[in-house]
Write a new protein. Structure first.
Length: 384
């Protein structure tokens, strides 16, 4: 009897071992890996995935969804993902295991390991520092703005859109009763940068001009009824350095934006960026046909239409001999005989010899995207 019981117990133990082993094996064979890309305008780049089995997968391969591709029963081991973001994009990539975020990076070459039982998602999200503003006189006009990649923006003036990639955008103004519709306008958006579309409607009612949003309360349009800021020939100047601190020998980005806020065309604008050449240098060909001499960069803007913005982005290299606590100042000026007065702005960055480490509870905050279907819906979302 005891021997029979022992044999029965041995059989049950063996069956249990088989079940446990079978469950573990099935579980280990179920690893999945998802590579995804998204942006609010559906503009994405390309990627290449080097797999542990020696195979290479790219977003342009037949049968691969460049936006969201899942590999079932993915081989275990080390992977390398190389991203090629779209032009002008800033990239942030989250790596998650199930619903738990593992890490986040701005690197374009990412290495990670897929282990037994894991469901990894590597999702790159692209953002852009381009925006478009559209206004009209009178306001309340319908419009449509179109661009490549099937980008369509619709609304009623005034309106502004953000997170837009660098393309040529065309604005179509809609009809208004008793008004002559402005012609379509096409302009190039640079990133970072702002493009402004301005539509002037010529309106009549029973042979008399319709009062616009700039008319006086009496209905008589005169020079005194228009705000002074719209009649004085001046410019708005923005001068921005990409960071507050920099290490000696490192790079900084500088953005200059020159906007015409008036109702007049401004001509022959001379833009100058001045700096100490012992502290900072700008190598290579300057964008927008800029010229240089020691300690100064120069641009000539032949014409700036009402509400138009001219933008240039520069990359400078700080001197490796700079000391901790020194400050690098840059002075931007815009001059012209066409202006009531010149404009100037000073921007700067402090030199440090060591940057603080990041980390802590704030760095642990994140948004959990609960499912692949949710991600697929998110990447299709366009800002209206």
């Amino acid at each position: 009897m005891q021997s029979a019981r022992t044999r029965a117990l041995s059989v049950l133990t063996g069956l249990l071992a088989v079940l446990v082993f079978g469950f573990s094996s099935a579980h280990a064979a179920g690893e999945t890996l998802t590579i995804g890309q998204m942006s609010r305008t559906d503009v994405v780049g390309q990627w290449t995935l080097n797999m542990p089995n020696g195979k290479k997968l790219t977003s342009t391969d037949v049968g691969v969804d460049a936006y969201m591709h899942t590999i079932k029963d993915a081989p275990l081991g080390s992977y390398k993902l190389t991203l090629e973001p779209p032009n002008g994009a800033e990239t942030n990539t989250d790596i998650s295991n199930g619903s738990t975020k593992v890490s986040s990076t701005q690197d374009l070459v990412i290495s990670f390991t897929l282990q037994a039982g894991e469901t990894l998602r590597v999702i790159a999200e692209y953002s852009f520092q381009g925006s478009i503003k559209i206004i009209s006189d009178p306001s309340g006009a319908p419009f449509t703005i179109s661009a490549p990649n099937n980008i369509v923006l619709k609304g009623t003036t005034p309106a502004q859109f953000f997170d837009l990639p660098p393309f040529y955008y065309t604005a179509f103004f809609g009809e208004k009763k008793d008004c002559v519709t402005p012609k379509p306008q096409k302009r190039e958006l640079e990133t970072p940068g702002l493009v402004v579309f301005y539509g002037k409607y010529n309106c009549t009612t029973a042979g008399a001009p319709v009062q616009s949003s700039f008319s006086s309360s009496s209905g008589t349009r005169s020079s005194t009824s228009t705000p002074v800021k719209d009649t004085v020939k001046r410019i708005d100047l923005q001068h921005v350095v990409s960071q507050l601190e920099v290490l000696p020998g490192n790079e900084i980005s500088v953005v200059l934006r020159v906007k015409n806020p008036t109702k007049s065309i401004l001509r022959n604008l001379n833009v100058t960026e001045m700096f100490d050449p012992a502290q900072l240098s700008f190598e290579g060909t300057l964008p927008r046909d800029g010229t240089r001499n020691p300690g100064a960069l120069h641009w000539k803007i032949d014409e700036l239409t009402p509400q138009e913005t001219w933008t240039v982005t520069l990359t400078g290299t700080t001197a490796a001999t700079l000391k901790n606590g020194e400050r690098i100042n840059l002075t931007a000026t815009v001059r012209s005989t066409n202006l009531a007065r010149p404009a100037g702005k000073v921007a700067g960055v402090d030199v440090v010899t060591g940057l603080p480490k990041t980390g802590g509870p704030v760095d642990q905050l994140f948004v959990i995207i609960s499912s692949i279907s949710g991600l697929a819906l998110l990447r299709r979302w366009k800002r209206a």
